[in-house]
Design a protein around this ligand. Structure first.
Ligand SMILES: [Zn+2]
Length: 486
């Protein structure tokens, strides 16, 4: 049975509790580069991968524009040759926007003279939602060696990277969305797009009638706007994955704001939607960063399971067989009591083909493979009049309505997020969602692999699932929603 929207609403209220619940997970070592159990952690490898991504993009942008460049989403979607697809192009409506955005792949900050951005930022600051006690940590490339030795081991910042904390400890901030509430449900997500060679993946998803949640990097949206438009036209979920893909907890307040703001604005200008969700690169988020995201109406989405597909050769150092084993462990962890959200990447052809090769195995084991909007029953994920299918509608073959078609055009417009305005009611809590346990008779007979399932941190009975954006601002945390008119 599907978790009813009213229970989700109640869950939102509970999700705003300033919880002191401790989570034991793997993250940055408290000292040195190994966990308490002596297991090497992948944070530094992720750092290396993040750098590789950026360098690849910079190199690519030095190439000459194609002689016969695509000018529409439909033209771009029809390109099957990888070299052609990754040849830079320029379309006038996007070129016209460039002066209103930070330099791609550089850490964003509020542009001088950007009155609109300044106004939104000022409103968030005045809301009081940003905890003053949480300071920037480490470097933008993820070196926390000088920070962690003196960091309070109780993890007062709810720093995910430290011990996978996903229940904020400061008021007014909803819990992270970590896993799908539905049993035997695989939450399908891809980070780091849009990718110039995404056609292989997007064509496959189209043919399989499969939707996914896409976390787009703002710089990639500006580099590959026609690919970005395809993600929406095809009916996938669209969320923010920051402007320059740095470790967000290292950035100062205005940089954190700008990384989110300009990515959301790029998505609004290029794709016409006001998004209400984001995922931190490397999962690196704490209560300060969460608060700024909440101020912009962005729900924080993490994951329960990581394919580590970015580590695949030749971009990474691991064999395809190693990534096969990661997928196998996730698939074996199928659980009749709860669902998951799985991290994968549209980073390169290798990661996309790896998913395609694993998809039949995923479908065979899980009752449902769904995008996050549907698994969270979020039918109004954007502020615009676009309706996505509920979970029940999605698994019955439902698709979104109100989406733009292939004639979608970028246009400079006002990005007007729902701003959260903290009030004294932030401490108000509700206990109404404690019974939000779900059963799925079709999944009940399946075997579950408890050892793999142990890697999942949330049970489906947890009240920690929060809704998105506007609902988060209105119903959760006693906040007052208002449309920015700045
Ligand atoms: Zn990423």
């Amino acid at each position: 049975m599907r978790l009813a929207p009213r229970l989700l609403g109640a869950a939102v209220l509970l999700g705003c509790a300033a919880s002191a619940a401790a989570h034991v997970g793997h993250g940055v070592p408290r000292a040195g580069r190994s966990s308490a159990a002596g297991v090497p952690l992948d944070l530094y490898e992720r750092h290396a991968a993040g750098s590789a991504v950026r360098h690849a993009k910079v190199a690519r942008r030095r190439r000459s524009p194609a002689a016969t460049a695509p000018t529409s989403e439909a033209q771009e979607a029809a390109i099957t040759d990888e070299t052609d697809a990754c040849t830079p192009y320029s379309i006038p409506e996007v070129s016209a926007l460039e002066g209103t955005f930070p330099t791609v792949w550089e850490i964003a900050d509020i542009l001088p003279g950007d009155v609109q951005a300044q106004g939104v930022w000022s409103a968030i600051q005045k809301s009081g939602i940003i905890p003053k006690s949480v300071k920037p940590k480490g470097t933008p490339d993820g070196d926390f060696d000088s920070f962690t030795p003196t960091y309070d081991q109780s993890n007062p910042d709810c720093w995910w990277t430290y011990e996978h904390c996903d229940v904020p400890k400061h008021p007014g901030i909803p819990d992270d969305i970590v896993g799908c509430p539905e049993p035997s449900t695989y939450g399908l997500t891809f980070d780091d797009g849009p990718n110039c060679t995404q056609q292989v993946l997007y064509d496959y998803l189209r043919d399989q009638k499969q939707k996914a949640t896409m976390f787009y990097i703002g710089s990639n949206v500006m580099d590959w706007p026609l690919q970005a438009q395809r993600g929406l036209v095809d009916g996938h979920d669209i969320c923010v994955h920051t402007w320059s893909h740095r470790y967000m907890t290292s950035l100062n307040d205005t940089q954190v704001f700008a990384e989110l703001y300009y990515t959301a604005k790029a998505i609004k200008d290029v794709m016409g939607i006001t998004v209400q969700c984001w995922r931190p690169p490397f999962g690196d988020v704490d209560d300060r960063v969460r608060a700024i995201a909440t101020g912009l109406g962005l729900a924080t989405i993490i994951w329960t399971d990581d394919t580590d597909d970015w580590q695949m050769k030749p971009a990474g150092k691991k064999s395809q067989k190693a990534i096969d084993r990661n997928y196998a462990a996730i698939i074996a962890g199928e659980n009749s009591q709860k669902g998951n959200i799985v991290l994968a990447h549209e980073l390169n052809n290798g990661t996309m083909h790896e998913f395609i090769s694993q998809y039949p195995n995923i479908k065979a084991r899980f009752d449902h493979v769904v995008p996050v909007f549907s698994c969270m029953n979020n039918t109004k994920p954007y502020l615009e009049d676009i309706t996505y299918p509920s979970f029940e509608e999605y698994i019955a073959g439902g698709v979104a309505s109100g989406l733009p078609g292939p004639d979608i055009k970028a246009v400079s417009t006002t990005y007007a997020p729902v701003l959260a305005q903290a009030t004294s009611a932030a401490s108000q809590q509700s206990a109404g969602a404690a019974g939000a346990t779900k059963q799925n008779s079709t999944a009940a007979g399946k075997q579950s692999d408890q050892s793999a399932a142990d890697g999942q941190k949330k049970s489906s009975a947890s009240p920690a699932y929060s809704a998105f954006g506007a609902a988060m601002a209105v119903a959760g945390c006693g906040a007052v929603a208002l449309m920015a008119t700045l």
